[in-house]
Design a protein around this ligand. Sequence first.
Ligand code: C2O
Ligand code: CU
Ligand code: CU
Length: 416
Amino acid sequence: PSPDSALYEIVVEKGKTAFIDGKEADTLGYNGTYLGPVIRLRRGETVEMNVANELTEFTTVHWHGLIVDGEDDGGPHHGIQPGERWAPVFTVDQGAATLWYHPHLMGNTSDQVYYGLAGLVYIDDEVSDSLGLPDEYGVDDIPLIVQDRSFRSDGSLDYRVNMMGVIPGDTLLVNGGIGQFFDVTTERLRIRILNGSNSENFTFSMSDGSIFHMIASDGGLLEEPYGTDGITLSPGERAEIVADFSGKAGKTVNLLAGNRNVLELRAASDIRDNGAVPERLVEIEEMGSPTGLKVRYFELQSMGISGAINGKTFDMERIDEKVRLNEPEVWIVTNPPGMMQSGGHPFHVHGVQFRILSRDGKLPGPAERGYKDTVFVNTGEEVRILIRFSKVGVFMYHCHILEHEDNGMMGQILVE
Ligand code: C2O
Ligand code: CU
Ligand code: CU
């Protein structure tokens, strides 16, 4: 391939992974036994993803957060039969970001993700190159896929759901491992966090209560770093944070999810200065006035493990919304309380990065002022988003609680 085009070979395969005491569990992975490689893309490059399905079951590979035509998106219409290939070609048309990929087949996404099918996609561009952010992979820039899982005593994965919903896992897997640690050798450590759980929300913090800086949300860098001692991510959401270890040489700090350890960060006795985080990161386009724009309503409804959007469950043959290319719209997403209501829903839209106008009538907080593709809508909340599609085709919108998605809490948009 020429320098501005790249070919990625992705094999979806079965494997065995020993998570606990060398006991092997049946798992699924991309180019491996559990999870997949970080796929690194550059803005402007043309990419061919050559996906081979070596499973004995149907799958798809969806690029979550990537702005591509509907036919390259890997949703339920792009099934890959066992033994077959799917090879979309697209040009990377968005700024630096941490995205991800996972299966998206009708009715079975939650199982395949639970058993291991997920991976990260990084996009770099000239802006991110120029900021001097930590960007040495595995040294001062690390990926972190966080998932809750349950295990049986024989070491196998124990995926349990009942009518009321998903039973949260009692164990946290981090990049597919339990009890992970990282040797910190630099004063600044960039951590790209994906909440890769099927249904759990996580609030991340540092065990010493220290402030870290969030620098990116789902769709890319924020305008300015947001200093905070905690961030919450719902399933599918990402955040890039920069943790500061200056003055912490020789100390260990744990990254926590709630009160559970995610990653033990062991600072070396001699840590080097790898530069400061700039006070301004990127310029994000002004949203402009939303008055006069087309408005659509999305009412999220759930009952235990099943759910609907605007009273409808998913139908692959039905287009729910028709949207005009490049025309901004306001979407009002609500989650009305109800008797059997099962909590908040992460609302996700394919093929686009949107902006949050308001949450319950108030401006969004600093963590939600950048590009988003997934937004958590808690019980009783109303979230307004500004959205503009720049690619054509059929795209999904759905709840990213994967069991809700599988049980019909999903709809289709045709952009033309
Ligand atoms: Cu993360 Cu419809 O997907
Ligand atoms: Cu998606
Ligand atoms: Cu949901």
